[in-house]
Design a binder for this molecule. Sequence first.
Ligand SMILES: O=C(O)C1=C[C@@H](OP(=O)(O)O)[C@@H](O)[C@H](O)C1
Ligand SMILES: C=C(OP(=O)(O)O)C(=O)O
Length: 422
Amino acid sequence: MQNPWPAPRADRPVTGTVTMPGSKSVTNRALVLAALADGPSMLRAPLRSRDTELMAAALRALGVGIEGTEAWQVTPQKLRGPATVDCGLAGTVMRFLPPAAVLAEGPVTLDGDEQARVRPMGRLLDALRALGADIDDGGRASLPFTVAGTGTLPGGEVTIDASASSQFVSGLLLSGARYEKGVTVHHDGKPVPSLPHIDMSVAMLRAAGVTVDDSEANTWRVEPGPIAGLDLDIEPDLSNAAPFLAAALATGGRVTVTGWPVRTTQAGDALRDLLARMGAEVTLDARGLTVAAGDRLLGLDADLHDVGELTPVLAALAALAETPSRLRGVAHLRGHETDRLAALATELNNLGGQVTETEDGLAIEPRPLHGGVFGSYSDHRMAQAGVLLGLVVDGIAVENVATTGKTMPTFTTVWTDLVSVH
Ligand SMILES: O=C(O)C1=C[C@@H](OP(=O)(O)O)[C@@H](O)[C@H](O)C1
Ligand SMILES: C=C(OP(=O)(O)O)C(=O)O
């Protein structure tokens, strides 16, 4: 096991500029669409990280050509098995790949990390079965399972409870145009989380020439038809910008993230509003997004249902605030990389915090924190949360900080550079 990483302590306000690598969500959608397209694609500035390399490897295993480094040239091929796919701990791989794998000729077996085997999966497998797929999961309703690809899928109309993950819906939509009857997805259950991520799927499908009707709440219709090859500049990952922007607030500093898109479907754009509510001065201009600490760091009372992936970093920042916080609407985080609500409560309380898990989120009372080892649970965003606390609390070391490589292999380098350059 790796030694815990002593998080750099900021001896001054963190001030500087950072450039984020590409968006995980955009990159993994683009890879699936490009693999199913009727011509080659060019994906510029893709994220190169564990989650996206796993997606690329999965598609290559199915016969797709993916070459290049700064840009990925994708050459679609008729998908074929037999193939074995490692999903790692990537929700986007385990939920986006099976709906494409049903189109392969031959069996495709998917597995992942041990922690991935407990992430919700069953509803998506049932939906694919209802659309005509033959999937053997040994009754587990989770990884590992084998999709018996026949080269085609009838598709049509399906009802799914997607309250555990928006990725169930996105996965079906991304491949749906290639099903014989297209796909109509109805959600029935508690509200679907992370709706901006479904909107991103819809926008990227439309940009690839696919007809999508999302005019009715909780129903999405993808018409059958070709997917056009993509020519795409991938935006920086806005959710991964969270710890860097939060560093400004935690230390009374100012941080700029370059290339912040003026218009975007990324859920992370909500940071502009959320950090302003915590007291930040937020400016979006030609240089990017600049977040400067205000006079006070305020707690946050917010429904994060749409932007659950921001919760770990916001919870850590809230633990440093002057006033209490309530983070709501994120019960589904119990099925993320780890049970994030339990993990955050445990790790913050181990450092002297006062955090209570609620039915759908966290209640955070600011308390003076002390040093200790912050567990990351193989969760990139837990590691980011611990590193953020280490800026202002003496003696914090983050266990398995390398897990940040799930979405940002350069995290510790960029972090150390930002914290030490003034
Ligand atoms: O489609 C996507 O790219 C994602 C959707 C969300 O998943 P959930 O709906 O499971 O929260 C988000 O949390 C995840 O980080 C990425
Ligand atoms: C929930 C997340 O990831 P995944 O794509 O694995 O679901 C996340 O990145 O916060």
